[in-house]
Structure formats: C-alpha cells, structure tokens
Design a protein around this ligand. Structure first.
Ligand code: ATP
Ligand code: MG
Ligand code: ZN
Length: 254
C-alpha cells in the first residue's frame, strides 16, 4: 500500500482516538465503514442491470394517479425498513409482490444497498439460478462452489431472493424452497423476496377468467412454492404490493 492510501485519521488501523469530555477513547473510523460497505457490495453479487438501482433513481410516477399512490407507499415502506432494520421494524423481512416490470427488483436492490451502507451483509440470489446451483451441487465434479452458494443463501445475514416461484413446480423444488425458508425462519434470519405470483393475503383478487397478459401472474404463490413456505413468508415479511402499476419496460418503449 502506498503512503497516500493510508487513512490519515486512523493510520489504517480502522480505529481513531477520540476525546470525550477529557477522557480518551477509541471509535471506529469512517474509513472502516466505507471499506466494509465496499466489500459488502462486491460480495452481494447484484446483477449488473441493477447495480446502481436506488431510491433516488426510482420514479413514483406523479403523472399517473393510480400508480403514484401504490409506488409512493412502496417507496415509503421500503425506505423506512432500510432505515430502521432491525430494531425498528415489526417484521424482519419484506415481500415485493406485483406484476412484471413494476419496479420490485429495483426497490429490493435499493433497500439492500442502503442496508449495506449501514454495514449489514446482504446477498442477492436469482431464485431460478439458486435452484439450479443447489441441484448441481449434488453433482460430484461441480459441487463445491455450488454447495457454497446454498450455504450462503442459508446463512447470510439478509437474503434477497429475486423472482420467487419463477420455476416449474416439482416436489424437489417445493421441498428445497421450503427447507431454505424454514431454516431462515427458525433462525430468525430475514428474507427480502420479489415475486409476481398472486396471493389473496397481499390483496390480489382471484384470477380473472380468460385473462391475457403475463402467464406467470396467473399462478398463485402457494401453487409454486407450497403452502408451508408461503405461510412462513407471510409471517416473516411485510408485504409491499405494486399490483396494477403499469409495466415500466413497456412504458419506456413507447
Ligand atoms: N418507477 C420506476 N422508476 C424508475 N425505473 C423503474 C421504475 N420501475 C421500474 N424501473 C426500471 O424498469 C426495469 C424493470 O423494473 P424491475 O426489474 O424492478 O421490475 P420487476 O417488478 O422486478 O419485474 P419482474 O417481475 O419482471 O422481475 C428496471 O430496469 C428498473 O430499473
Ligand atoms: Mg424482478
Ligand atoms: Zn481511518
């Protein structure tokens, strides 16, 4: 390390001397938080498309009254969670539920970026990709790294599980997601999930008959992850719904 790179306030120790009413003490230096924040962001494995997603770059669409109401609530709840976790939140996790393209992943990433800036470890997993990695961890030749991924999903401080239920249902999938959610539930470890599956608990009306549109939102959460995982998720998570908001990807293309 070069001379200039050493923090002048703490000489690179991460602790600085402070004087409180004439009594000398030590305190974490700001450079420690910054460095830890940087390491956490790297380890979080946020996909490139969302790496810079933040509350600041999220529009609550003031020009559209219906969307505006839902998005403003979503931002308020998400931002207060990010500010008050863990002591000041009633439920340790969050569930973003709503149609495709309505900003669920954007907001979930905004939350974990704030949490990491506060020093909490967060890890992003795409649900489908995580399942594939768990499946291939049983394969002797490619196992170790994949087993590590599963371990991280089980044990990391805050797990962001993106696009929950976006997978065809098999007993294996249901068992795997149930054991992951149950493990975190039993150990009081929060999850932040996003999903476009429907659920009456989140205020979703029954599927309209002959509904066109996106196929995935015709499914109910319980059909894709099973009733046990669903029940635990609702107990663990505060729900943030973006149902009914217009698809931002389509809007941008107009
Ligand atoms: N209100 C918004 N303001 C700014 N950008 C937005 C907003 N909503 C969505 N976006 C952007 O639009 C794209 C789609 O949003 P995002 O991926 O968060 O949607 P999603 O609800 O997670 O969709 P899916 O269910 O398909 O995963 C992203 O690039 C996101 O940054
Ligand atoms: Mg998404
Ligand atoms: Zn320092």
């Amino acid at each position: 390390m070069t001379e200039a790179a050493v923090c002048p306030r703490c000489q690179g120790t991460g602790w600085k001397l402070v004087d409180r009413d004439g009594i000398a003490g030590v305190e974490r230096c700001d450079c420690y938080q910054q460095e830890r924040g940087g390491r956490l962001v790297e380890a979080a494995a946020i996909p490139a498309l969302f790496r810079n997603a933040s509350f600041e770059t999220f529009s609550t669409q003031p020009e559209n009254p219906v969307a505006h109401r839902a998005l403003q609530t979503a931002v308020t709840v998400a931002a207060s969670y990010a500010r008050e976790y863990p002591a000041g939140v009633k439920k340790l996790g969050l569930m973003f539920i709503g149609d495709p393209g309505t900003g669920k992943t954007h907001l979930a990433v905004s939350v974990i970026r704030r949490l990491m800036a506060r020093g909490f470890e967060c890890v992003f997993f795409d649900y489908q990709n995580l399942l594939e990695r768990i499946r291939s961890s049983y394969d002797q030749s490619s196992g170790a790294a994949q087993r590590e991924a599963y371990r991280t999903a089980l044990d990391c401080e805050i797990l962001l599980l993106d696009d929950l239920g976006a997978h065809r249902v098999t007993d294996w999938v249901e068992d795997t997601v149930t054991s992951l959610i149950t493990y975190r539930y039993n150990n009081n470890k929060p999850v932040i999930v996003t999903t476009n599956l429907r659920d009456s608990e989140a205020g979703d009306a029954p599927v309209p008959s002959g509904m066109a549109g996106d196929v995935s939102s015709r499914w109910y959460l319980s059909e894709r992850i099973g009733i046990r995982a669903r029940s635990r998720l609702f107990e663990m998570c505060r729900v943030i719904s973006t149902r009914g908001v217009e698809d931002y990807r389509m809007r941008k293309n107009r």
